[in-house]
Design a protein around this ligand. Structure first.
Ligand code: HGA
Length: 205
């Protein structure tokens, strides 16, 4: 079972994201990653295997963004490699995903026909490319995600970041858990409230 965490914070969040993911380690995973909004662009670090490998990446190549998402992956579609690890990214979107997008083959074929280049073997990457296509058509991030959801079959939890939006994190779920926490000037997302336990927050769902 994979894990999702998201923090819309007041200081650099990469370290906190990894600490939260550690609380979900008991569920098992094969790779991990984090992405943050770094000024006007998105950045990610990913690693196969244990979170200590991701920590080593982050020590060598720091992220300083105040808004970020993190994921521990248990592969369902595609090998447990760094290339398939989440977050998945396009020019303007980063996404982490728990669950399965059942109709990803049709969606991928459609997106590839329209020129999208896929970098992974996962079902998840169609989500990033679909949202990217809506953004390129002028949708706001919120409307892009709203337009995405009816196109997906299956059970999922998703957390998104958007290039150029330092104060925005969008979460969506259908049939998979995703908790939201409101803190003091901070907000959190977690696939399990245990991930959010160290933070001072009010749990709402
Ligand atoms: N289908 C996605 C996420 C897998 C998952 O939720 N595992 O528990 C993938 O294979 O990356």
């Amino acid at each position: 079972m994979c894990g999702i965490v998201g923090i819309l914070g007041r200081g650099p969040v990469a370290g906190q994201l990894v600490e939260s993911l550690k609380r979900l380690e008991y569920r098992g995973y094969d790779s991990a990653g984090v992405a943050t909004v770094e000024g006007d662009h998105l950045e990610r670090r990913r690693a196969e295997g244990k979170l200590k490998n991701l920590e080593a990446r982050l020590h060598g190549d720091l992220l300083s963004g105040h808004t970020g998402i993190g994921h521990t992956r248990w592969a369902t579609h595609g090998k447990p490699t760094e290339r398939n690890a989440h977050p998945h990214m396009t020019d303007n979107v980063a996404v982490v995903h728990n669950g399965i997008i059942e109709n990803f083959r049709e969606l991928r074929a459609e997106l590839e026909q329209n020129g999208a280049n896929f970098a992974s073997e996962t079902d998840t990457e169609v989500v990033a490319h679909l949202v990217e296509s809506y953004l390129k058509n002028g949708y706001s991030p919120q409307d892009a995600v709203k337009t995405l959801l009816p196109r997906l079959r299956g059970a999922f939890a998703l957390a998104f970041l958007f290039k150029g939006h330092n104060d925005l994190m969008i979460g969506a779920r259908r049939g998979s858990p995703l908790a939201i926490g409101y803190g003091d000037g901070e907000m959190y997302l977690g696939s399990d409230a245990i991930a959010l336990a160290p933070f001072r927050y009010n749990h709402v769902s």
